[in-house]
Ligand binder design. Structure first.
Ligand code: NAD
Ligand code: IPM
Ligand code: MN
Length: 361
């Protein structure tokens, strides 16, 4: 019997509270040796007692848990978004979860809004720097509220931070395979070094330096604007993309659109050999929250990604194939063509997982 792995679950706000319970249910249906502990961090707690992250919260997560499964943060009642910044961005930076890994895979041709793009054509991963850039919260406002107001938001790029994410992308390219089993071959760096020359120069130099250590991997470069155009015109040739925090945020929503929307996109916030955090790419979607319509697949695939990261490959694969079956049989929510509610879609996948052939894990 495998040792019990302890996972912290933080559903957060809005649809996070609906999709995370489905992900937990599906993980439990695999029979994997996982124990979940739930935390109430989020908007309701903040509004009740002004707590964003409880004292020593991140230390506790890193000490007591092997991974963290998160829903989403963001609530129209909290205009400053302070709780989301402190919890979500806090977790990423204070726990140094520097690699935001966002796989982009097409489960079924019907989900892609582009003509004639098949599942084997769309299988790339965006590796987003997760602790620096314009997210560093460095800057300030001057002459606040006056006609002369000045706002500065600095873009922080350190050699160490840039080098480790680029190296992570090359290692990912060397070690991971596409869904069809073929090896990955190319790392593309995406930046805006034609306009943002200081930061771009550092990224360019570092990319060339790190690439020398991986002579078998092809390299490519695109400016972020051109990349967006190419992603919509023809995303077939993307393989591994490495980029900064903000461009990574933007291009992964665009890429989610190619996969069938935000409802199906998964991600991991990783720091090798340390407690890492997993969350769907989507947000709290306030307009659809509480209506049992949110797509739980992004959260469920995120949970599978977490299990694979913890070395539980067989339950992870079991979940992925049940999700694929749900998509093919249209046992899904309406955003991707089904008629089920959030809970019913989760239930269908959980029962598929629990009745599928037993694997030895
Ligand atoms: P969003 O991802 O919440 O929603 C964007 C669009 O996608 C909406 O039309 C929404 O209905 C749809 N959508 C998202 N997830 C879906 C799902 N699972 N099923 C079906 N449809 C889905 O982004 P937004 O509207 O820009 O932001 C809403 C709030 O979420 C904001 O407060 C934002 O800051 C926050 N946010 C949080 C995270 C996070 O916690 N990781 C990520 C993104 C946005
Ligand atoms: C994401 C989100 C966050 C980000 C927001 C909520 C701060 O959009 O995880 O993609 O920009 O990183
Ligand atoms: Mn985003």
């Amino acid at each position: 019997m495998a040792a019990l792995k302890k996972i912290a679950a933080i559903p957060g706000d809005g649809i996070g509270q609906e999709v995370i319970p489905q992900a937990l249910k599906v993980v439990q249906a695999t029979g994997a040796a996982i124990e979940f502990t739930q935390f109430d961090w989020g908007a309701d707690r903040f509004l009740a007692d002004s707590t964003t992250v409880p004292t020593d919260g991140f230390t506790m997560l890193a000490r007591d848990f092997e991974a963290i499964l998160v829903g989403a943060f963001g609530d129209p009642r909290i205009a400053s978004n302070i709780h989301a910044k402190e919890i979500l961005l806090g977790m990423r930076t204070k726990m140094d979860l520097f690699a935001n890994v966002r796989p982009v895979r097409l489960m079924d041709e019907s989900l892609c809004p582009l003509k004639s793009v098949k599942p084997e054509d769309l299988d790339f991963t965006v590796i987003r720097e997760n602790t620096e850039g314009v997210y560093g919260d460095s800057g300030g406002v001057f002459k606040l509220g006056t006609p002369d107001e000045v706002a500065i938001q600095e873009d922080i790029n350190t050699r160490k931070g840039v080098e480790r994410i680029i190296r992570y992308a090359f290692e990912y390219c060397s070690n991971s395979k596409k869904m069809n089993g073929s090896p990955r071959r190319r790392v593309l760096m995406c930046d805006k070094s034609n306009a943002m020359t200081h930061a771009g120069g550092l990224w360019q130099r570092t990319f060339k330096d790190v690439a020398r250590d991986f002579p078998k991997i092809e390299t490519q470069h695109m400016y972020v604007d051109a990349l967006c155009m190419q992603m919509v015109r023809d995303p077939r040739n993307f393989d591994v993309i490495v980029t900064n925090n903000m461009f990574g945020d933007i291009i992964t929503d665009l890429a989610a659109g190619l996969q069938g929307g935000l409802g199906v996109a998964a991600s991991g916030n990783l720091r090798p050999r340390h407690t890492s955090m997993f969350e769907p790419v989507h947000g709290s979607a306030p307009p659809i929250a509480g209506k049992n319509v949110a797509n739980p697949l992004g959260a469920i695939l995120t949970a599978a990604m977490m299990l694979a990261h913890l070395g539980l490959d067989q339950p992870a694969r079991k979940i992925e194939s049940a999700v694929l079956a749900a998509v093919r049989e249209k046992k899904t929510t309406a955003d991707i063509g089904g008629t089920l509610g959030t809970e019913q879609a989760g239930e269908w996948i959980a029962s598929k997982v629990s009745t599928s052939k037993d694997l030895d894990y």
